[in-house]
Ligand binder design. Structure first.
Ligand SMILES: NC(=O)c1ccc[n+]([C@@H]2O[C@H](COP(=O)([O-])OP(=O)(O)OC[C@H]3O[C@@H](n4cnc5c(N)ncnc54)[C@H](OP(=O)(O)O)[C@@H]3O)[C@@H](O)[C@H]2O)c1
Length: 252
């Protein structure tokens, strides 16, 4: 049985930098204890020093590795650390997710799906029944406006973000009568290493983290932070390709 104060525990993947790091800061500021997950041990150690081990539990883990997620989850569960809020945010994005125009590589698609799709599902798999038996949980995934519109050289990234958004929509209905809730964030551009190029109306990671937490607390299942990019994504899908490309060239 979970002790009462576990309702103040959140888990954040991709905690070492960017949006995830800002989420950790924002959650701690709002009184949460945070389990932070990333591959970079050095960054996590720095965070333990900065925030204090009483409020920040660091977990060195590659989310694309199902066995690793299983091991970490088991250790947390054995210690009675049962988060009520999961920000499943780790992802391959930006330059790292770009495809070579001359090659269609299934390997690249697999790598991106291993992190952006299965790297989210691994956590759901390990926690869903534990949380359901306990006091419930909300799972929040950082998808993207690219789930709506796929940019050139971003096929795998867009497909992975659309796939995880759809999976969450399905979970939300499957478990709608239970204590498990699911939210999808259709993020617009945020100034991190995960953003390729300079785009107008780019948000700071801090602003994004505040927005994500506020709307998660409101219980929203679909979170769109940028009306401009959510609308633009829909328009770009409908236009003839030559106009779409013209707008994209002018945006950067
Ligand atoms: N920035 C944007 O404009 C934007 C827009 C829409 C959606 N998003 C999404 O937002 C999420 C966060 O991205 P960001 O912009 O904050 O990018 P970022 O600054 O590059 O951060 C990515 C984070 O994910 C972690 N990560 C990557 N692969 C991992 C793996 N296999 N296992 C564990 N952790 C892993 C990284 O930590 P380690 O390297 O230490 O593992 C890092 O903490 C991503 O899912 C991205 O697709 C971003």
């Amino acid at each position: 049985m979970r002790s009462l104060n576990n309702s103040d525990i959140a888990l954040v993947t991709g905690a070492s930098k960017g949006i995830g790091y800002a989420l950790v800061e924002e959650l701690i500021l709002n009184g949460w204890k945070v389990v932070g997950v990333a591959r970079s041990k050095e960054a996590l150690d720095e965070m333990s020093k900065k925030f204090g081990e009483d409020v920040f539990i660091s977990c060195n883990c590659d989310v694309s590795n199902g066995e690793s997620v299983k091991g970490i989850s088991k250790r947390l569960q054995e210690k009675g650390i049962i988060p009520a809020l999961f920000f499943l945010n780790a992802g391959i994005a930006g330059e790292a997710a770009c495809e070579d125009v001359n090659v269609v590589s299934t390997q690249k698609h697999k790598e991106i799906f291993d992190t952006n799709y299965f790297g989210v599902l691994h956590w759901i798999e390990q926690w869903i029944s534990v949380c359901q038996r306990d006091f419930g949980a909300r799972f929040v995934v950082t998808s993207s406006i690219n789930a709506i519109f796929a940019p050139p050289t971003g096929s795998a990234y867009a497909a992975s973000k659309a796939a995880i958004a759809k999976a969450f929509e399905g979970f939300a209905l499957t478990y709608h009568n239970t204590n498990l809730k699911f939210s999808v964030v259709y993020a617009g551009p945020v100034a991190t290493d995960g953003l390729k190029g300079n785009l107008p109306f780019t948000w700071s990671p801090k602003k994004m983290a505040k927005y994500m937490l506020k709307n998660t607390n409101k219980g929203k299942s679909r979170i769109h932070n940028s009306l401009f990019y959510s609308s633009l994504a829909r328009i770009l899908r409908m236009l003839p390709k030559k106009y779409t490309m013209k707008i994209l060239r002018n945006l950067r």
